[in-house]
Design a protein around this ligand. Structure first.
Ligand SMILES: [Zn+2]
Ligand SMILES: [Zn+2]
Length: 342
């Protein structure tokens, strides 16, 4: 079968690789339909995660597809079932796993990072990682279930409620999805984003968006909330400017959810936590209930608006080069081939 292989920094190759006759006993084989590219894939592509991947490495973890075959121990999943993959492989034995927090397992392995990913024609994954989708959900939209599950997790940990004021710092795919889920919960959402094309997209989707380079965000949020401040702030920029402003926005006892992955320690105004009795909460990936919620909610969201580009698998190297450059790409999907229906 054909696969996209990451070889080394900036080097990808689309080529034939061997495939076993059957999936392993506890695995299923997915005929991949669509796979989304995300920041993590770009980090791998740029050589920033070489310590975690074994080369040549098959990239991709945001996939939808149809079950092609099942291992001999798999009884509950039938061939032909459409679905998505929750790409986590917890160890099952560490303190986090024993506490029921296997998504933040101390030895968590990510399917598509530590193990081969979805940018190949057939993808063998553990049966437990497969979740079926309803007939009403297209395979194309289903490729956005993984990032939507991230957003569901973030909003759940943020404890967002109807009528609350929410600020989302960063309107990339995850920031926008958080905004959509929070709005669905009945919250009033303000987005902050410096990229003009992303500002325009968020506006088109009906959101209140501020470019903090041209509008002072803090007085803007204060004015919109009768000088109270935001109930929940989501930091999705992973940039020091986001960490700096996030503490200035919440109301008394308001909550900050850190979604962005900060590679380095950054400056945070801790005095603000004291003065306003703020709460800080981390949010990482998703739990199974977030995935099932994402599958349930997907039809309610304008997911099409997020998909800016679709490339076929043989053209995947071009998709990476395109995403690495400056452009107005939001979500880029890789389609297995032209026989795949939406
Ligand atoms: Zn991802
Ligand atoms: Zn564990």
């Amino acid at each position: 079968m054909n696969a996209l292989l990451y070889l080394s920094e900036g080097k990808l190759e689309y080529k034939k690789i061997p495939v076993s006759d059957t999936p392993e006993a506890d695995s299923i084989r997915l005929k991949v339909a669509y796979c989304g590219l995300c920041g993590t894939d770009m980090h791998i592509y740029r050589g920033q995660m070489d310590s975690r991947v074994t080369t040549p490495h098959v990239l991709g973890h945001e996939a939808s597809g149809v079950v092609e075959a099942v291992g001999r121990n798999v009884n509950e999943i039938s061939v032909g079932r459409r679905g998505v993959v929750m790409p986590l492989r917890p160890c099952g034995e560490c303190p986090a796993c024993e506490d029921g927090l296997s998504h933040i397992c101390h030895r968590l392995k990510f399917i598509g990072i530590e193990t081969p990913g979805a940018l190949q024609e057939y993808w063998d994954v553990p049966a437990y990682s497969f979740l079926p989708i309803p007939e009403t959900l297209s395979l194309k939209h289903a490729a956005l279930i993984e990032p939507l599950a991230v957003a569901c997790h973030d909003v759940r940990l943020g404890d967002v409620r109807a009528g609350q004021n929410v600020v989302v710092l960063g309107a990339g795919p995850i920031g926008l999805l958080i905004a959509m889920v929070a709005k669905h919960k009945g919250a009033n959402v303000i987005l902050s984003e410096i990229s003009e094309s992303r500002v325009q997209l968020a506006k088109k989707l009906g959101f209140d968006v501020v470019n903090p380079r041209t509008t002072d965000l803090i007085p803007y949020v204060n004015d919109k909330t009768n000088q109270v401040g935001a109930d929940v702030v989501f930091e999705v920029t992973a940039h020091s400017s986001g960490a700096e402003v996030m503490t200035a926005l919440p109301r008394c006892r308001g909550r900050i959810v850190v979604v962005g992955i900060f590679a380095e320690p950054v400056k945070v105004d801790l005095k603000r936590f004291f003065r306003r009795e703020l709460q800080l909460c981390g949010a990482r990936v998703y739990e199974r209930e977030d995935f099932t919620q994402a599958i349930r909610l997907a039809d309610a969201f304008p997911l099409d608006a997020l998909i800016t580009d679709v490339f076929d698998l043989p053209q995947a190297p071009e998709a990476f080069a395109y995403l690495a450059g400056a452009n107005r790409a939001m979500k880029v999907l890789i389609r297995r081939d032209e026989t795949i229906k939406e």
